[in-house]
Design a protein around this ligand. Sequence first.
Ligand code: ADP
Length: 805
Amino acid sequence: MDVAEIPAVPEWLPDHLRGEGVESLYPPQAEAVEAGVTRGENLVAAVPTASGKTLVATLAMLASVERGGKALYIVPLRALASEKRGEFEAFEEYGLDVGVSTGNYESEGGWLAGKDIIVATSEKVDSLVRNDAPWLDDLSCVVSDEVHLVDDGERGPTLEVTLAKLRQINPGLQTVALSATIGNADELATWLDASLVDSDWRPIELKKGVHYGDALHLEDGSQKRVAVRNSEDQTAGVVRDTLGEDGSSLVFVNSRNNAEAAARRLASTTADFLDSEERERLAEVASDIREVSDTDTSDDLADAVESGAAFHHAGLARTHRSLVEEAFRDRLVKVVCATPTLAAGVNTPSRRVVVRDWRRYDGTAGGMKPLSVLEVHQMMGRAGRPGRDPYGEAVLTAKSHDELDELFERYVWADPEPVESKLAAEPALRTHILATVASGFARSREGLLDFLEGTLYATQTAERGRLAEVVDRVLTYLERNGFLDREGGELSATDLGHTVSRLYLDPMSAAEILDGLRAAGRESGAGAGAATETDGEPTAEGAFQSASDLRDGTAGGAEPTAGAGAGDAGVDPEEVSALGLYHLVARTPDMYELYLRSGDEEEYSVLAAEREEELLGRPPSEFAAEFEDWLSALKTARLLEDWAGEVDEDTITERYDVGPGDIRGKVETAEWLLGAAESLAGSEGLEVVPAIREARTRVEHGVRAELVDLAGVRGVGRKRARRLFDAGIESRADLRDAEKATVLAALRGRRRTAETVLENAGHRDPSMDGVEPDGSVSLEGIETGDGSGRDANETGEDQSSLGDF
Ligand code: ADP
């Protein structure tokens, strides 16, 4: 179908598409148009990666806006939100307004009301629904990208419930769902009352295979010699072979560290294939990369890029990522080593894709877990650049003959798994039932069951009884914990229930946090009276059961504690320690666990005994199953305490056997949960609010209390804050009036950094021209090299609070 023949789209579109190199629609796109996607019809498009799904969604959205409507594009990852915004911003020249919303979970995003196309993550949309964003009523088209992720145990239920809610708010809403090729796309179509385009079509042929020894074994039974030299590893051999054919490679690995290490190693392979012009242009890219930030990561990336290799992961600043992608598309960078984020949507095709790691560490499994067929096929789908390569090759690497066979069975010949709703899991239902009642989508048990009929779960299960059973259990839990009221057949959320829903907390986390905070209030008696009344109705302390009590059905209370444990003595609310608060939030289900290694159990039992006074709430018996969770939360709490005590990041990674990404994950989750704890404590009138705030700001910046103010200046971070402080600059106000020579010395002579920092602090004249570092500022005792590998992300969202930048 020629682009001029697409019905119901804006007039300018055909020319715009031609300008982008799109003359006619790919067959699955034409099928979608024939199914009415530009006329407001619901559609599920299940087509392989890189086969033009985005254009299908774009056509639907533009046609919808053309009819006077408003479109919402739901992405599965924050990183993809900015990617997609970038794509849709091209339409602004035709008068469309594009907005992206990924920020915090408590606002209703009123400013989005004026936008024509809005891009947001499913969590963000869920929270907008909870906060009753009025413009949601005006939506005419919703796109769900990567809808097969409804299968994900953690995030799937949110997507599923959010789509069901949007469709309930707005019965005329057009739903367009984009999926990778999966086994049961027809079920998704039934769920969404949609037509189905289910296709294997790809714009370029893909050959899958496994490399073993000196040969590449392809799925059609053929073999190709791809020799590995003694001096190199297997991946390098495959990459070198691709380079020999003037092709580029994308190597998928399972962690950020591995991506960086692989890029460093492969740089020596790519370096041999560069001509002098390429070398020059790469040097320019490298210098742009160094300009972005002055961290080790930035330097490492620039070093690799100079030799024609790069790494790419979600821990990089956005500018870093786009510089790498661009240089790869320009065929300057010859190999990119990436975590699977790149497979999820960034458009970086390459001649060969190497899936080096097919197992990944999985916290919930407590070890390495094989990737799903769907994930591996999505990575493989990035092979082959339409119009450039004759075909694409996607290669797994095997170390033994057995592994060769296994990989063929497991991935090459296998069909992707069918997706399955995970909604019936209790934690998911707990959160979503409370939110559904709080935001008025259901007002009775029957209403709730009717609402849940609109989910994929209901489409997929014949057993209605099972859902009703879990729903009843969850309702009892929510009622007993004071989140819901049930009068006659009527369900309503209490004030507390509304707060918890808006804070986006798992109700069980809220129950655990309140339980612990109230224990803190008990000793002094202060606040306890106020704390136990909600809506004028006494929720007697004894009746307030901690999460674990309810889970075990021992509603009367936990067993008395043996050995380590604070008992129920309570802590003076003003004396509550950061460790106590970190431990409290670390034991909620919203914080994923750190596993106890051998020896840890003893170490943390001792620590629990030593610091029992600080721990909030009643510890489980040493013999109870939850005791291990209690200790593992203590391990997380001590990690956070170290972080907020300015312990070096490398030391933390070693001490807890975690990666920098894990620290970041913990810190961000703790920040969010402590913020929520602060709101809960505030609305319950508890006196621990100031203590929580201090613990939160310290963990946010990774500093002791005296540095919080300084570290809050953009561009400063924990290490620079300490150096400035030691040079006598103790606050933001000091920084504004500081001697520039002192600042420059404390920032180790980095002029650009010093200027940015002064500018951000509000200094009248931040220029460092002609300023020399003050030689009397001692940098003794300060470690050099920050080792943190953290970058500033310009949006300041991702990890700007973590590490030095
Ligand atoms: P997917 O979303 O399926 O992974 P994309 O939408 O990113 O795939 O499309 C991959 C690439 O194909 C993009 O660069 C896009 O511009 C290009 N493309 C899409 N449709 C067409 C078409 N009909 N003709 C030419 N190129 C197209």
